[in-house]
Design a protein around this ligand. Structure first.
Ligand code: GLN
Length: 191
């Protein structure tokens, strides 16, 4: 199974390592034609404004949006969640605008307000999962078809809408592969 990782910027190498460790083939994606034979794609953390601009100027935005609309499973971590959101609370710009969530950017404050916690998410793993938040967004509103997977301090930080997965935090920066395994299962079940 081939899992793409958008490789413009941000934490894509770390995702590559997790996917490889689980026995799947990671593909760093920078060109539209690479989207054709993927079983899923990860949009990594980084800087959503920069990634959004790069998606536009490389001609990737529309092909990527089309593939996801056709059913390609996608997982956005942190900035990737921002790229997926249909609505941003504190930014007039939208990017892929595919997932029925409203997201607040930098919701916890600046870089020094970054933190980590360990949380049980039974749908993802039987063991507590370490969650790393770096200038993280969270979800302030979610549509009727969005399944909330995890809340931290009352805020939604992980959610799924059919083949779209979004997390505020960075599983790729920990040794825990639970979320990568969960996403790989979504890719296997692709309709
Ligand atoms: N604050 C960043 C943004 O708005 C996201 C941070 C991250 O991906 N770690 O794009």
């Amino acid at each position: 199974m081939k899992i793409g990782i958008l490789g413009f910027q941000g934490a894509f190498v770390e995702h590559e390592r997790h996917i490889g460790r689980l026995g799947y083939e990671p593909v760093v994606v920078r060109y539209p034609q690479q989207l054709d034979d993927l079983d899923g794609i990860i949009l990594p953390g980084g800087e959503s404004t920069t990634m959004g601009k790069l998606l536009c100027c490389t001609g990737m935005l529309e092909p990527l949006r089309n593939k996801i609309q056709e059913g390609l499973p996608v997982w956005g971590t942190c900035a990737g969640m921002i790229l997926l959101a249909k609505k941003l609370e504190n930014d007039p710009v939208r990017h892929l605008a595919l997932m029925d969530i409203t997201v607040k950017r930098n919701a916890y404050g600046t870089q020094i307000d970054s933190f980590d916690v360990s949380v049980e998410i039974p749908k993802v793993s039987p063991d507590p999962i370490p969650l790393v938040f770096i200038r993280a967004p969270y979800i302030t509103e979610s549509g009727a078809n969005v399944e909330v997977l995890c809340k931290v301090e009352g805020h939604i930080v992980a959610a799924r809408e059919r083949h779209l997965l979004a997390t505020s935090f960075h599983p790729e920066l920990t040794d825990d592969s639970s979320f990568h395994r969960y996403f790989a299962e979504m890719c296997k079940k692709r309709e």
